[in-house]
Structure formats: C-alpha cells, structure tokens
Design a protein around this ligand. Structure first.
Ligand SMILES: [Mg+2]
Length: 172
C-alpha cells in the first residue's frame, strides 16, 4: 500500500486532536484544512468548539496556519476568525501550499503536522512535504460526489503508519 496515501493518525474530528498530544509529538505548527475539517462546505462561521480548540492549541505553543484548496474567501474569513495566517488555492495534493506554510512559520517538516479530512489531497500533500498527517472524518457530506470519494478512500483510511510511532503514542 502506498506510503503517500496513509495517514499517521486518525481522529473523529479536529477538536479531538489535543494540545497535549501535539506537544508530545513535538508539533510546533499545525496546518489546517478548511472544508469538512474545521467547517462544513459553504458555511461562513466556525463552531465555538472549533474556535475554543484552536485557542487551546495555540496556548500550548502550537502555531496554526490554514492551507486550503478553496479559491473563494472562506480561507481568509476563517483565518480572520482564528487570527492565523492562511494560504488558499494550495493545489493539494501538491505539497506546494504546505511548504509555503512551513516557510512562513519557519518550521521544519518534522516539527509540523497537517489536519485534514481527505486522503487524495491532504494526506498526499502532507506525506510529500514530509509533514505528519492527522486524518479526521469529514464533517458532512453535502453531495453524492463527496460520499463516493470517501468510499474510494476507505482502504487507506483503515491503514495507518506505525513505523514513526513510539509505544507511548500508540497507547493513546
Ligand atoms: Mg477538506
């Protein structure tokens, strides 16, 4: 199974990625996907559980940057709500946007992670950039195409890379 399609860890939702875990993993920069990771498609607001989580992550010393393929204004709006930098039209699965986020933050790939909901964009981009991939379940399927894509991703969603885990992390 291709290494590039397999996330390192999986979570039900982005709020489940605890600041404590990020700190333990040595993550100094968490790159955030937008659509279906921090908000459903088309929405213009963030749930308070997401903004509270982001605040706790940043309070733990982990920087956040939005890296989205979205071409509209939502990456900017959400970045404004969170008070973090953003890169839109990132072109994931190309690692270009992820590398730009690393450059902006002055962080090495090994000290960064990407939280996103997709295998064929987020996971590939993270792995190509050498950043740890934290996969979340999509918040909501708003059209049949998204459901089909999710179905095609299932074999990879059920895999996870084990080689970079410490026994302590696996216990979580
Ligand atoms: Mg997404």
């Amino acid at each position: 199974m291709s290494f590039f399609l397999i996330p390192e860890r999986k979570f039900q939702k982005v709020q489940d990625i605890s600041p404590e875990l990020l700190t333990k993993m040595g993550v100094r920069l968490l790159i955030l996907d937008v659509d279906n990771t921090i908000a459903p498609y088309k929405t213009l607001t963030l749930e308070s559980s997401v903004t509270d989580w982001a605040e706790r992550v940043r309070a733990a010393g982990v920087e956040l940057t939005i890296v989205s393929n979205n071409k509209g204004r939502r990456p900017e709006i959400f970045a404004g709500l969170l008070g973090v930098p953003y890169i839109k039209r990132a072109g994931k699965p190309s690692p270009r946007g992820v590398r730009e986020a690393l450059r902006l933050a002055g962080v090495e790939p090994r000290d960064a992670a990407l939280a996103g909901d997709q295998i064929y964009t987020d996971t590939i981009a993270a792995n190509l950039a050498g950043v740890r991939m934290l996969l979340v379940e999509p918040i909501k399927f708003t059209n049949p195409f998204l459901a089909i894509r999710y179905f095609l991703e299932l074999p990879f969603r059920h895999e996870r890379r084990r080689k970079s885990f410490s026994a302590k992390e696996l216990d979580q």
